[in-house]
Design a protein around this ligand. Structure first.
Ligand SMILES: *Cc1c(COP(=O)(O)O)cnc(C)c1O
Length: 402
């Protein structure tokens, strides 16, 4: 029995060995990964930190502290995105506000964003889910015109671009994540990027004051990266999937997370992985193209719209199930067939109790986000997918829906 993980990055044991050998030179390792990200994205400054959430908390704190109007305490986010986003907003002492998501593109609903009252808004956050860039030029234009910050959350979209501009580099500051299901993985990790003068200066102060992770945390990361490296392979993945406490694939709202620098070990591993980014991307894009081709006329599914000039990083391949009542049928059939399909985040943020309790009633009407939560299905695109994956997926879906 073999099983394709929903998402992942092939980390070689030699990457881990390299990380261990280079971990002694802490600040050098950190500078190297920062430089690699700067070079890759054409940004002038980058700061490696312990997670995407930590990056988001730092950026929002910097925005709050540099804003001219201290009455701006709200952050507008798409109602369908990672639950870590509202958690990070709370950690920065700010309040989330929900704007509906557009189910056709997965991004924030641009028309609704345009109509919003921004009088208490500090910033707008993008989502770039599964590595598909949102309409970032449109969000950037709205934010600029209305005088609010734009945080381009490219946690899942390292390397994705619109024309020649990378996701994460739109607006005032951005971030990438190195968590388990992201474009590259060091188990946890993230990077802040920022070009803007005053904001970058504040970020330097904030991120510069982050403590180093504890030896215990780093040891735990090293061991987990070893397990990840070995067990991501389809023949071994079923063993790890069977262990309940790994929490694989679960989505929970959690506001407790460490905010530290990225360890030297993870920085050294990330630098190695970034050198292979183009290779990872080419493979994922090839697998996504094969899935698109194989599923384009599948009556049960509806493809997600990708705009012209947009090149996603496809950390997963998302589709929508036309009849949401059939989704669990399809999911179960694919799971039995060894394909790590997922239904992604189970709820719109408007239905997550911890978020629901914090936002005004008017924000709870999010038909687009609810539709997405009920209909989305993600398919794996990673390097361990065999060449016949797309055809296999099509066959399984046809068999269970006809
Ligand atoms: C994963 C993710 C985050 C948070 O990143 P972590 O490294 O897991 O903290 C933020 N936003 C989005 C859209 C994500 O997918």
């Amino acid at each position: 029995m073999s099983y394709l993980a929903p998402a992942g990055t092939p980390v070689a044991l030699s990457d881990i060995a390299h990380g261990l050998l280079n971990a002694r030179t802490g600040s050098t390792a950190s500078q190297e990964v920062a430089q690699a990200v700067e070079l890759l994205t054409g940004t002038s400054r980058a700061w490696p930190v312990s997670s995407g959430r930590a990056a988001m908390t730092a950026i929002l704190t910097a925005m709050r502290e540099t804003a001219s109007d201290q009455g701006r305490t709200e952050v507008v986010i798409p109602a369908y995105t990672c639950y870590s986003v509202p958690a990070a907003i709370g950690r920065a002492g700010l309040a989330p506000r929900l704007c509906d998501s557009d189910p056709d593109t997965l991004g924030i609903d641009i028309e609704q964003l345009q109509r919003r009252d921004f009088s208490r808004t500090l910033a707008v956050v993008s989502s770039n889910l599964y590595g598909l860039p949102d309409d970032l030029p449109a969000i950037e234009a709205i934010c600029r015109e209305r005088g609010v910050f734009f945080l381009d959350d490219a946690a899942q979209a390292l390397g994705a671009h619109i024309s020649d501009r990378f996701a994460g580099t739109f607006g005032d500051a951005g971030l990438y994540s190195f968590d388990k299901g992201k474009v590259i993985s060091t188990i946890q990790g993230g990077v802040i990027i920022c070009n803007r003068g005053a904001l970058a200066e504040r970020l330097e102060t904030i991120a510069g004051a982050f403590p180093a992770p504890s030896a215990l945390e780093v040891t735990s990361i090293i061991l987990r990266l070893g397990v990840y490296s070995v067990f991501l392979k389809p023949r071994l993945y079923p063993l790890i999937k069977a262990i309940p406490f790994t929490g694989l694939g679960e989505t929970v709202f959690c506001a407790e997370y460490p905010i530290t620098r990225l360890s030297a070990f993870q920085s050294a591993v990330a630098t190695r992985l970034l050198r292979r980014l183009e290779h990872f991307q080419a493979g994922r894009r090839r697998n996504a193209a094969a899935l698109r081709q194989a599923l384009q006329d599948c009556p049960a599914l509806q493809p997600i719209r990708v705009a012209e000039q947009t090149v996603p990083s496809y950390v997963r391949y998302p589709v929508r199930v036309r009849n949401p009542r059939k989704r669990s049928l399809i999911l179960n059939a694919l799971t039995r067939a060894g394909v790590g399909a997922t239904t992604s985040y189970p709820l719109s943020l408007a239905d997550v109790p911890e978020v629901r309790a914090q936002v005004p009633h008017a924000d709870l009407e999010c038909p687009g986000a609810r539709e997405l939560a009920a209909s989305i299905l993600t398919l794996p695109t990673h390097a361990y997918c065999p060449p016949d994956t797309a055809a296999h997926v099509r066959k399984v879906i046809d068999q269970c829906t006809t």
